[in-house]
Every structure is written in C-alpha cells, then in structure tokens.
Design a protein around this ligand. Structure first.
Ligand SMILES: [Mn+2]
Length: 89
C-alpha cells in the first residue's frame, strides 16, 4: 500500500469511539443536516461528519452551512460549488 499522500490529502485515524457519517450535496440546506444529526443521535464528542462536496449554493442558507466548517467534528472536501466560490475570490 502506498502511504505517501499529496499535501492536500489529510489522513485521519479511524474513529474507534464513535461513528463516522458521510453527507454530500447539502447545497445550503442547513436545516437538513440539523434534523439528520438529531435522527442519528449524533454525538459531537465522538462522532464525525464528512461532507463530500457542494456544501453551498442553490439552497436558502449557504452562509449558515459554511458554519459547519468551524466545528471540530466536521470535515469537508471541496466540491464544484466550493471551487467556484474560491475561484470567484
Ligand atoms: Mn452537487
């Protein structure tokens, strides 16, 4: 197995104490993950959420959705929408 990674790849240890969740294409729908986290009884002390892109754009609440980026349990990959935003700036 190749253990060398490019600098933009972050390797995390496996989560031995909680659950890992993967979510994609939120597109600014902040309320959706909020309800989902309640449903799965997400525990921010030991669980992690991985966003696989397109956290923003289209939905009504992109700015609030970006707030997830500050949460220590939230890990985001750049999708096409984030690429477009960064390219704009
Ligand atoms: Mn999308």
């Amino acid at each position: 197995m190749n253990t060398k990674h490019p600098p933009w790849v972050r390797v995390l240890p496996s989560n031995q104490i909680g659950h890992d969740f993967v979510i994609g294409d939120l597109h600014g729908c902040f309320d959706l993950p909020d309800r989902l986290l309640d449903h799965v009884r997400f525990d921010p002390a030991c669980d992690r959420m991985f966003s696989v892109g397109d956290l923003i754009d289209r939905g009504p609440d992109s700015l609030r959705s970006l707030g997830f980026l500050g949460a220590p349990w939230f890990y985001a990959m750049k999708g096409t929408r984030e690429h477009m935003l960064l390219k704009y700036f």
